[in-house]
Design a protein around this ligand. Structure first.
Ligand code: HEM
Length: 116
């Protein structure tokens, strides 16, 4: 069971890396570029791995998660996914979108690490 949790944390961290990588790609693409689909892939991976980690919590003796913290992280992720989805069909992403999405990802990393 501990191996499964570690595998999920491993994928969860790769999902975070994917989101930060997408932030950099989006910044490089500059104004006038459409929303990079990496936002949705990264957000989807975070959602799936995070929910499974939460689901395994009751049968995992190693850790105990704070449900309020996870709820807020979930909310932040829904905003990230909602914003990315909302602008997916538009030909260009507004200039505020990339820093906002990147900031929300960093917010979730901060919540994950500093809120014990
Ligand atoms: C942008 C979205 C997210 C980012 C960047 C993110 C980032 C992180 C990071 C960096 C950790 C490791 C913290 C540490 O080990 O000290 C972590 C752990 C965790 N995250 Fe997330 N997270 C996100 C979304 C979510 C969501 C939506 C959920 C749940 C639905 C979730 C559930 C968890 C859980 C349960 C852990 C603890 C894993 C463990 O140590 O056993 N995360 N997250």
């Amino acid at each position: 069971m501990e191996f499964v949790r570690l595998l999920l944390v491993f994928l969860h961290l790769l999902g975070m890396a994917m989101l930060i990588g997408t932030f950099m790609l989006q910044a490089k693409a500059g104004a006038g570029a459409p929303v990079n689909k990496g936002w949705l892939h990264g957000a989807g991976l975070q959602l799936i791995t995070g929910l499974i980690l939460m689901g395994l919590d009751p049968i995992n003796d190693e850790v105990e998660y704070n449900p309020i913290k996870i709820g807020i992280k979930l909310l932040v992720l829904v905003v990230i996914g909602g914003l990315a989805l909302g602008f997916l069909r538009k030909p260009t992403a507004p200039s505020w979108l990339n820093p906002t999405l990147g900031g929300l990802v960093v917010l979730n990393v901060g919540l994950a690490v500093f809120w014990t």
